[in-house]
Design a binder for this molecule. Sequence first.
Ligand code: NAP
Length: 311
Amino acid sequence: MTETKKRNVIIIGSGPAGLTAAIYAARANMKPLVFEGNQPGGQLTITTEVENYPGFPKGITGPELMDLFREQAQRFGAETVFKNVTKVDFSNKPFKVWIGDDAYSSDSIIIATGASARMLGMESEKKLFGYGVSACATCDGFFYKEKKVLVIGGGDSALEEAIFLTKFASEVWLVHRRDEFRGSKIMRERVLSHPKIHVHWNSVVDEFLGTTESGLTGVILKDTKTGETRKDSCDGAFIAIGHRPNTSIFEGIIDLDDKKYIITKPDSTATNIPGVFACGDVQDHKYRQAVTAAGSGCAATIDAEHYLEEI
Ligand code: NAP
């Protein structure tokens, strides 16, 4: 085991929250070390055009935006490494984090590990992911011009993706396991009155059909009331059944809510452990926007700075 020099602050995660925390920490001379994780740049790196990030009136691609975040953090001296934290110990100070066998210690920690799209979890979904099965309409919708696509889910994300896909697809079918949508009233109304959008109520996908050569060709749908199955053809399927926070390494270590999001104190990024802060989607299941994540990353560094001054 190797142990490196103790840090003032270690930032875990590199989406808009983590890298904004890094920009602020580096400018405050806190010499942050950022572990970028398995998906450097975070969820925006799997989107195409970002049109609502302030300051980019013509839009910018997600990967380009995140490269700029990183460049800005590095410009002020943030050290960013493409490594994934595998274990943490916050029971004693300084706190410890591990990358495999390598241990790092720090007086404060900023957690910005974000969230990941939830998947249905069957083998055929895994096999055809990227071959017609997707979790991101914004990234892949463009490939389905004049095609028939399914969107799985009944929340605001699914309804929003269905409307977005009507720009390209000839037919959009929502597959929802109940007989009413969870999404907001205005989105429900938009979806149900849209001429290109149809709904398979009380239905779930039992199987995705196709091969990596043919791509997705259809699905087996199962009626959640009767258990009956039926085949439906389609060219694309978008899974939009929500997100799960990336908190598995913190379970039993810091306080999580019933959906496993990190609990932060009101009007603060502080967790239940003094010196450990959380920002971005890992503690926000409501807004989940790049700009709100970036804002909370800034707040986390300000909170960490105050904490370090106090100790
Ligand atoms: P969500 O509200 O949790 O909805 C998830 C949907 O997926 C639900 O309809 C759920 O069905 C369904 N589902 C979950 N697991 C499933 C499974 N294994 N098989 C089939 N269906 C499954 O998630 P979300 O839509 O991502 O939204 C998350 C939050 O972000 C919400 O607060 C939402 O309002 C917000 N949001 C807002 C906007 C906006 O305002 N523009 C856009 C997107 C998201 P049940 O309904 O039966 O549980």
